[in-house]
Design a protein around this ligand. Structure first.
Ligand code: ADP
Ligand code: MG
Length: 229
């Protein structure tokens, strides 16, 4: 079934996630419903340990729910499951708190890697990476490796990497969590302006009320369920 006006991007129903730890079960999510529209910017708030990262991983297909279902509606209105690497590569970009860049690669190589994995020729992937690095303000840091970049610069590289395959959904897990307030604010504004420019959906997990204040919609994760505010 397709959304009548084609605006629905992600439809998650009754998601639960239980981590099995030896003999005890840790029930982190217990019935999360989330409908995300195309081009929407949502802040996902909640205390540390409330399950924000767990939920982002499920929505992006990095991990499987214990029960429940997630469907992604691609551009021609076809619904697909989010559980394949193929889906992730083409439709989802991830940005993590700790950047997760590959230390032995320079900025251009880090950014073009997902494009290469999607089958783009090296010269074209390299040109796309350079253009994106320019867009995030790092046109003069192309050959720098992560260790030669500041935290804010590394996060810019990670953002460029997340964007290279033109995802319709970007999931950012506390992207400003390791940065000082000035750099954090710059990263937030960058994500926000690119979200508008590209019309992509953006979910930022955060416990920072300043980040949440910028979002179009704020959801709170509490006791394993989502509460709108
Ligand atoms: P948040 O991102 O909101 O801080 P997480 O989703 O990382 O929360 O974690 C939610 C809860 O699940 C925490 O209590 C955490 O310890 C637990 N948890 C997270 N990942 C795992 C895992 N792979 N195995 C077992 N427990 C986990
Ligand atoms: Mg987390």
């Amino acid at each position: 079934m397709s959304d009548s006006n084609g605006n629905l991007l992600l439809d998650a129903r009754a998601l639960s996630k239980t981590y099995r730890m030896g003999r005890t079960d840790l029930e982190v999510l217990r019935g999360v419903d989330l409908q995300l529209l195309r081009g929407e910017f949502v802040a996902l708030c909640g205390a540390s340990g409330s399950g924000k990262s767990t939920l982002l991983h499920l929505l992006g297909g990095l991990d499987q729910p214990t029960s429940g279902e997630i469907q992604f509606e691609n551009k021609n209105g076809k619904r697909e499951a989010v559980d394949s690497a193929e889906h992730r590569r083409h439709h989802v970009g991830f940005v993590f708190q700790a950047y997760h860049l590959l230390p032995e690669l320079d900025a251009v190589e880090n950014v073009f890697l997902p494009a290469r994995m999607a089958g783009v020729a090296r010269s074209q992937a390299e040109a796309m990476a350079k253009e994106l690095l320019d867009r995030v303000g790092l046109g003069n840091r192309l050959g720098h490796r992560p260790v030669e970049l500041s935290g804010g610069e590394q996060q810019r590289v990670a953002i460029a990497r997340a964007l290279i395959n033109h995802p319709q959904l970007v999931l950012a897990d506390e992207p400003t969590g390791n940065l000082d307030s000035h750099n954090g604010e710059e990263i937030l504004q960058l994500l926000k302006s690119i979200q508008v420019e590209r019309g992509m959906a953006l979910i930022i997990a955060t416990h920072d009320s300043k980040v949440a204040a910028q979002a179009q919609r704020v959801l709170h994760l509490c006791d394993g369920v989502l509460i709108p505010t």
